[in-house]
Design a protein around this ligand. Structure first.
Ligand SMILES: *[C@@H]1O[C@H](CO)[C@@H](O)[C@H](O)[C@H]1NC(C)=O
Ligand SMILES: *[C@@H]1O[C@H](CO)[C@@H](O)[C@H](O)[C@H]1NC(C)=O
Ligand SMILES: *[C@@H]1O[C@H](CO)[C@@H](O)[C@H](O)[C@H]1NC(C)=O
Ligand SMILES: *[C@@H]1O[C@H](CO)[C@@H](O)[C@H](O)[C@H]1NC(C)=O
Length: 214
């Protein structure tokens, strides 16, 4: 664009010079008028170039929107490829991303931290997930809060999603008493005082793109 503009303006300059030469004797007003016309031409050209590029850009941005949502999904899948993968710091099993905290907090504050990250304190749904999490825990002796606590009213262990613990999936070592929360190590799951401070694990479910679009 710039080079064609310069060409255009130098062409104009040449024309103006000739114009000026031929009619120089007839006086300055012609000369001035020619210059004004030339300048106006250049400004018009600039404006139309800007206008055209705005139009083209808006057309480019608009056109995918008008296609069906399936096209958008495929395009997104195609261009980003790994949209269904966890962020760098998260570890993935199936459709879940897990992150381990670096600091330690009480159980209720760990619960609050996960929800602030739009995730949940860990829910262990089967043996495969239990093994995956325990392999993820590198340091022996470290305990990590999970989303499971002992409810005084029912005298049962309950996940934070409201389901009762299925003891076939995991066994809890320690007392079943008031103010107990579950913490996992690389070997076992313990009943701990909810007020003690431990690291914790958050999980986040990866959403299929379909849900995001609709
Ligand atoms: C998008 O990619 C995921 C895996 O990354 C795949 O399971 C899914 O079928 C793809 N969707 C489309 C519309 O291609
Ligand atoms: C967690 O419990 C402690 C003491 O029981 C309380 O001071 C704190 O505000 C609670 N935090 C949240 C996020 O509920
Ligand atoms: C709650 O989480 C547990 C453990 O992952 C799972 O077994 C159960 O099906 C979940 N309940 C609901 C209602 O999602
Ligand atoms: C156990 O978790 C429930 C939420 O699932 C919460 O309302 C309750 O206060 C927790 N109990 C303790 C002792 O933190």
């Amino acid at each position: 664009i710039m080079s064609s503009l310069t060409k255009y303006s130098s062409l104009n300059a040449i024309r103006l010079e000739r114009f000026g030469d031929d009619y120089s004797r007839t006086g300055a007003p012609w000369h001035q008028l020619a210059w004004k016309l030339g300048c106006a031409g250049i400004i018009l050209l600039l404006l139309s170039v800007i206008g055209l590029s705005v139009l083209v850009i808006s057309l480019i941005q608009k056109s995918p929107m008008e296609k069906s949502s399936v096209d958008i999904q495929e395009k997104r899948n195609y261009t980003t490829g790994n949209i269904l993968q966890c962020p760098k710091h998260g570890l993935q099993l199936r459709d879940k991303c897990f992150t381990i905290s670096s600091s330690s907090k009480t159980w209720n504050n760990s619960l609050a931290d996960c929800s602030q990250r739009e995730s949940s304190l860990l829910l262990i749904q089967d043996q495969e997930e239990l093994r995956f999490i325990q392999n993820m825990i590198k340091y022996e002796g470290n305990l990590y809060w999970i989303g499971l606590n002992f409810t005084l009213s029912e005298k049962k262990w309950k996940w934070i999603n409201g389901s009762l613990l299925n003891h076939d999936i995991l066994k809890i070592v320690g007392e079943n008493k008031e103010n107990s929360c579950a913490a996992i190590s690389n070997m076992k799951v313990f009943s701990e005082s909810c007020n003690s401070e431990n690291k914790w694990i958050c999980e986040k479910k990866l959403k299929p793109i379909r849900n995001k679009v609709s």
